[in-house]
Design a protein around this ligand. Structure first.
Ligand code: NI
Length: 258
């Protein structure tokens, strides 16, 4: 018999009351979720918002939040998993910020990256707009760079990005996220994609990416659809970063995609 196929005897002895209670809890959990985004991942609907990122209402409040970010010391404190902003589909950018402020925000997002990560999406700093930045100097040992096809990726501004797979081949590697501190897991990603987006000046572009840059683009675009890498990860590969470095790779710093 396959592992896990047998029903433990104890399961047949759960009191009926406990089963009813369990059903009620399950019903409450499920009814608190609703489909969200193109992949149908659930997002919790908070009944009352007491903590975390407050709701956004209109461009004025958005601009205030961006000004607060610009004044804050960097690297910023990145929003962590559990904050609803990371689970919502972002609003497409359509001029919600006053002239020049989008430019300042994107520049500041790039300044956050060195030594921290290779990509950052706006929800990670509490901004629910479809904006992200990518830049990877790929300063890793040559054997890692070769295995992961990790080539330097010049700065890319992603405004309203769309990622389209260009082939069915997947690569699976350990991946992390600035919004899921201390953990890493194996995530299969499309090996080659087309990234279509606008830059910060509103000019459209299309670029083909493969290897690690393709992974970063998929990771950041997922953020804009309320999806975290954990949703796509192999659950049994989940590891603390410390144990990953101890058991699965020679100790060396690798930056999470973002
Ligand atoms: Ni991330």
């Amino acid at each position: 018999m396959a592992d896990g196929a047998a029903v433990p005897e104890g399961c047949t002895r759960v009191p009926v009351q406990a089963l009813r209670f369990g059903t009620r809890v399950l019903y409450r959990l499920l009814s608190d979720y609703r489909p969200k985004g193109p992949l149908g991942h659930g997002t919790r609907r908070p009944a009352r918002r007491r903590t975390g990122t407050p709701p956004m209402s209109g461009g004025e409040e958005l601009a205030e939040r961006v000004h607060a970010l610009l004044a804050a010391p960097r690297p910023w404190s990145v929003t962590q998993v559990g904050d609803p902003v990371l689970r919502r589909t972002t609003e497409p950018y359509d001029g919600q910020l006053p002239d020049g402020l989008l430019r300042e925000l994107l520049d500041a997002m790039f300044r956050h990256l060195p030594g921290v990560g290779v990509g950052l999406a706006a929800p990670q700093i509490g901004i629910p707009l479809a904006l992200a930045v990518i830049e990877d100097p790929a300063d890793v040992p040559p054997e890692i760079a070769t295995a992961r096809e990790r080539v330097p990726q010049p700065p890319l501004e992603l405004v309203n990005p769309v990622v389209t797979p260009l082939e069915s081949r997947y690569h699976a590697f350990y991946e992390g996220c600035l919004s899921v501190e201390g953990l890493t897991a194996v995530v299969p990603r499309h090996a080659r994609v087309r990234l279509s987006a606008l830059d910060g000046g509103g000019r459209g572009y299309d670029v083909e990416l493969s290897g690690w840059p393709a992974r970063i683009a998929q990771h950041e675009t997922d953020h804009l659809n309320g999806v975290l890498y954990l949703d796509r990860a192999e659950p049994r590969s989940l590891s603390t970063v410390g144990n990953y470095e101890r058991f699965w790779t020679p100790p060396q710093a690798e930056r999470p995609p973002g």
